[in-house]
Design a protein around this ligand. Structure first.
Ligand code: GLN
Length: 190
């Protein structure tokens, strides 16, 4: 499995480390040609407004959308989720989400006093106990469409889900010291 990690900005190294620990062949995706031969892609957390701009300057916006529309599996975490959303509330005015996930997210929606927190999450079908969700200035998922399968919720909001081959989390699974979600995604994507 050749796993791409969008490496324009944010927590891409941590995803790469998790994937390498699982034996995946990792490619950092920074330019359109890096998408060739990649079987699946991780969109990391970071700053969605910056990633949005860099998608244009790198020339990756269109080719990435094309691959994802063609069914390439993806795992979008935190800012990556914002990038793929249908609608972003409290985004920057010129932010252009890719509309590949039928979700509405509120950027930085967990509020200042809870900018960062951890919460044990019960993940549907995941063995070995709760998964610790690390939330860092995370988006709140305010709406999910009918095609979204909910895998975990916290405080009444979906925090982990998938729409077909595209998985998303509002937390950072790569920072939990727990490879179970990466492993499950790779198993299904492979
Ligand atoms: N608040 C960030 C944004 O708006 C996301 C934070 C994160 O990815 N940890 O893009």
């Amino acid at each position: 499995m050749k796993a791409g990690v969008l490496a324009l900005q944010g927590a891409f190294r941590e995803h790469a480390e998790a994937l390498e620990a699982l034996g995946a062949d990792v490619t950092f995706v920074r330019r359109p040609e890096h998408l060739a031969g990649v079987d699946a892609i991780f969109l990391p957390g970071g700053e969605s407004t910056t990633i949005d701009k860099l998608l244009d300057s790198s020339g990756l916006r269109e080719p990435l959308v094309e691959r994802l529309r063609d069914g390439m599996p993806a795992f979008a975490t935190c800012a990556g989720l914002i990038v793929l959303a249908h609608e972003v509330v409290d985004g920057r005015a010129d932010q252009r989400p890719l509309d590949l996930l039928d979700v509405t997210v509120r950027r930085n929606g967990y509020g200042r006093q809870r900018d960062s927190f951890e919460a044990p999450l019960d993940v549907a079908g995941l063995h070995g106990g709760p998964f610790v969700g690390v939330f860092i200035r995370a988006p709140v998922v305010e709406r999910v469409g009918d095609e979204v399968e909910v895998l975990a919720s916290h405080d009444g909001a979906v925090v982990l889900g998938r729409q077909g081959p595209i998985w998303f989390s509002s937390f950072h699974p790569e920072l939990a010291g727990d490879l179970r979600l990466h492993e499950r995604f790779l198993t299904e994507a492979g």
